[in-house]
Design a protein around this ligand. Sequence first.
Ligand code: ADP
Length: 646
Amino acid sequence: MTTDTATQNSTRETMGFQTEVKQLLQLMIHSLYSNREIFLRELISNASDACDKLRFEALHNSALFENDSDFKIRVSFDKDARTLTISDNGIGMSRDEVISNLGTIAKSGTREFFSQLSGDQKKDASLIGQFGVGFYSSFIVAERVVVVTRRAGLEQDQGVRWESEGAGEFNIEMTTKATRGTDITLHLRAEGQDDLLSSYKLRSIIRRYSDHIVQPIVMKKEEWDAEAKAQVVRDEDETVNQASALWARNKSDITPEQYAEFYKHVGHDFEDPLTWTHARVEGKTEYTQLLYIPSRAPFDMWDRNARHGVKLYVRRVFIMDDAEQLMPTYLRFVRGVVDSNDLPLNVSREILQESKDIESIRNGCSKKVLGMLSDLAESDEAESKEKYAKFWGEFGRVLKEGVGEDYANKEKIASLLRFASTLADTTDETVSLAAYISRMKPEQEKIYFVTAESFNAAKNSPHLEVFRKKGIEVLLLSDRVDEWVVSNLSEFDGKPLVSVAKGGLDLGKLEDEAEKKEQEKDAGDFKDLTEKIAKSLGERVKEVRVTHRLTDSPACLVADEHDVSGNLARILKAAGQNAPTSKPILEINPRHPVVLRLKYEDQRFDDWAAVLFDQALLAEGGHLDDPATFVKRMNQLMLDMSGTGK
Ligand code: ADP
């Protein structure tokens, strides 16, 4: 940030916007123009939040009210000056707050976010919507914006005037402001904005987008004057919105559009929600919940410090944003409001952590959200199915965390999981555990899965060969979080979940007596060879044994029953954590020509054994410690085979 003048606080200063703000401003003006009316929703939404914040702070310090505890948001316009003003008597801002709130974007991941913008207006518009446009959207319709604000409780001469044309810079100076709160004046662009200078138009925008706002949004009354034969403005206020908490109204009195607009306000989102649930809960503790599932994951969902979650109200009084205690972490994508009847108004985050009421609210909310998702997932209606698929695509990976996090709801969460599978051609995760079970082979007793680093690595894993041959479905797990899921989910509906790459492969009744006999015979026939390979590989393996998992590949690695899988060990290592060191078991395919040849190999036996091990490691997505030696050995063996080796 650059400063022209050294003296602060008294003189006018010019400062530069943070680079990201400049980018946002430019892009927004172009890509959101067709939606320009939303600027009013954004400014009113901020004004409402500012009133909520003051009401909350005043719980501990009533002097902040400055003898005026009636909150109000005023929208006015001046046709001649071509200005529109949105005023609130909320918390207001200090000088430092103005500079940081209206000059920078304090969201982590902002830079990465902007690097995704493509220049394609349509795509960028929806991305920017996802980012949240807020205050800066005023520049869609205004060529100059003036903010005059004073933080509640500060002296009158501690007002701040901020002004900008939305290009690279803004001016800031101290000013006097008699009343607390914020006035935002938009000097409308010369072209195309005249319709906004109309009471009728403004009222219709407010009713459409901001009806749910709790504070009254007032405008000067306008009436038809018969004598003057014209609309005249009276010196009398009129409330334009319903000004009552939406969640406290009866469900039957709320339209889907009103639910959607309210969501955009609480969720700071631009798009409609995917679905929602609204209920008044009575019992041990009384509360109202209005919970939404967004249509799209926010750009910073993986940032655990980002602003997320549900707002807490106590008897209609706003208490706090993102009260993380209200929702378990694996449901952090849920947005909305919880309004408690029982909590004290002076509740703090510390109290929330201990509160029994909160615990029961959290349990109730988790159940409600999971129930809502189940209804979507299990519905026969195409629209619901589509919504569930969309939900899963956006938030499935987050929900998966719940399997290990929410013991009480584990079975329910497991029923919501979707996986890719060997019976489907796509990478899409579409198979539920229940669907898998319903099409299991009659003799099949277990749910089989493979984990790998990518979908392709899972799909082409050598461990699947025998399952393909027998036509048994295997779930393909390639999300990092899947390892966490399967380590916490040992069974579903009485059927154990089993990794195809772990332990001895016991296909149970899926194998007949003849196959079992043959395997025993192979183990005997190849005993010498497996021992010799084990000796050659030494510390690299726990054991070498004959396998019947493979049909096409010569060898594969498996983890011992209770050891960490190779995939999980690699994930832990990549995350910088100490993976327990357990050695893999090398399994060789007694039908493979390479293995058969090895029975008669003397001279280069060690090279063959090492290559066999290394390629098994590569095939399951592992990394070689010493790739150069592997390549050298391979080349040597190829030359040998072609008869030109030395
Ligand atoms: P967001 O509302 O998503 O945080 P904005 O860019 O709209 O983003 O606003 C940035 C910040 O500026 C807000 O978080 C708030 O702290 C402050 N702010 C905006 N409008 C007002 C207002 N009318 N009164 C007080 N603070 C405001």
